[in-house]
Design a protein around this ligand. Sequence first.
Ligand SMILES: Cc1cc2nc3c(=O)[nH]c(=O)nc-3n(C[C@H](O)[C@H](O)[C@H](O)COP(=O)(O)O)c2cc1C
Length: 201
Amino acid sequence: MSKVTNNFHNDFCPQTLFLYGTKKEDGSADFGLFCWFSYINVDGKDGSHLGVMACIGEEKMTKDNIRRTGVFSANLVNEKLLPLADYYGCTSGRAVKDKMKLSPTIEHGNVLDVPLIAESPVNYELRVLKEIHLAEGSDLFVCEICNVLVEENLMDKNVPFPERLKLANPVIACGELSYCTTDGRFLGKWGDLRKELKDVK
Ligand SMILES: Cc1cc2nc3c(=O)[nH]c(=O)nc-3n(C[C@H](O)[C@H](O)[C@H](O)COP(=O)(O)O)c2cc1C
């Protein structure tokens, strides 16, 4: 098969979507949608273990809150959460003061002072170890995973993993600004799903 050059392109390398939960100065929650998230090994308090790296683009409320508190949550987005996630991804917390008028069920972190989304099947509680400035408006947050909460049925090893993955039903951000399921079902374009929510145009 011949190939074409297409630099600076990651369309066929889909990323799982997460809602990052942070606390504002008044202690209330803010959520933003993120896909530039991946895994690394870090030196934590108890030696080397799994961590994550989160790349955050231009200045935004999520970044303000992470820098101030040093902690945040990452909540896996599944198909059911997608309209709300799309709304959070297309609505600036800095510009839209009542962004959080639409809210999931918020729970308090088990080990960190972070807001978690009860409807999300997997929640990470993350502590920032290091912030690395990469380019204008682009910063990498290297994080220690302090806790992971996973829905019980997803941990049932009697059920084959592909079946449990179907149950978790994570959404991936794939090429051409679209959303898909992990088995390749098209769910819509970025910015369209939020229109399914009441009170959102
Ligand atoms: C599908 C999707 C994926 C996104 N991924 C990222 C990302 O990885 N990094 C980033 O900085 N912003 C990303 N965004 C944009 C943020 O979600 C957006 O800036 C949002 O306003 C952040 O919330 P906040 O303003 O309350 O901080 C993404 C948006 C969408 C729709």
